[in-house]
Design a protein around this ligand. Structure first.
Ligand code: GRF
Length: 203
């Protein structure tokens, strides 16, 4: 399965996906990495791995629709069949999400549906939860609300800061996202027409 990864920054999740796709057993081939920001570390990670990169700078577009249209064109140019949002900090338009429905995965640093939106780790600390974690889900038009594919829990420790919790959650992200990418790339999991996650028992 040809995979496109969208990033906005450091790309540690991208790195985990790259390492997974390198494994001989992997069904995923990352064919392009697209960043909405120039010069980010994720682009270097892709280049080091010999993966084609493109920068689609959202500041150069008059509308979300034009920005998304360019992203879509790049994905089509590379024959992408599955898109992974790995720390991609843009909200995609409904028409883009509709077109790529069931082929668009996102990772979020909380156990959805808890703590949607930005600073999920801070929300968890403020709520005083003892367990948080990460979620990989299919992207739906409502932000952070799509069908859940993989989750991994992590403990919240006394004295945790946003950074220490984010670091612990990221360790889980780097296991959960590659696992979810493989499940969908291999066909073991897919999204049904009525929006449910279907697991093929024989895969
Ligand atoms: C991750 O914590 C992810 O959950 C959130 O943004 C961060 C991306 O980090 N969406 P990286 O760029 O993958 O290191």
């Amino acid at each position: 399965t040809k995979v496109g990864v969208l990033i906005s920054g450091t790309g540690t999740n991208l790195q985990a996906l790259i390492d997974q796709a390198k494994r001989p057993s992997s069904c995923a081939e990352i064919v392009v990495v697209i960043s909405n920001k120039p010069g980010v570390q994720g682009l270097k990670r892709a280049a080091l791995a010999g993966i084609q990169t493109r920068v689609v700078d959202h500041k150069l577009y008059g509308s979300r629709a034009e920005f998304d249209g360019t992203i879509d064109r790049v994905l089509e140019e590379f024959g992408v069949e599955l898109v992974c949002l790995a720390g991609f900090m843009r909200i995609l338009t409904g028409s883009f999400v509709k077109k790529w429905n069931s082929k668009l995965l996102n990772i979020h640093p909380s156990l959805l549906p808890s703590f949607k939106g930005v600073n999920a780790q801070k929300q968890a600390l403020q709520a005083g939860v003892r367990v948080s974690g990460c979620t990989v889900h299919f992207v739906a038009e409502e932000v952070d609300a799509g069908a859940i594919i993989v989750q991994e829990a992590v403990p919240v420790l006394s004295g945790d800061t946003e950074e220490s919790l984010a670091d612990r959650i990221k360790e889980a992200e780097h296991r959960a996202f590659p696992a979810a990418m493989e499940l969908v790339a291999s066909g073991a999991i897919h999204l049904s027409e009525d929006g449910r996650v279907i697991r093929r028992s024989n895969l």
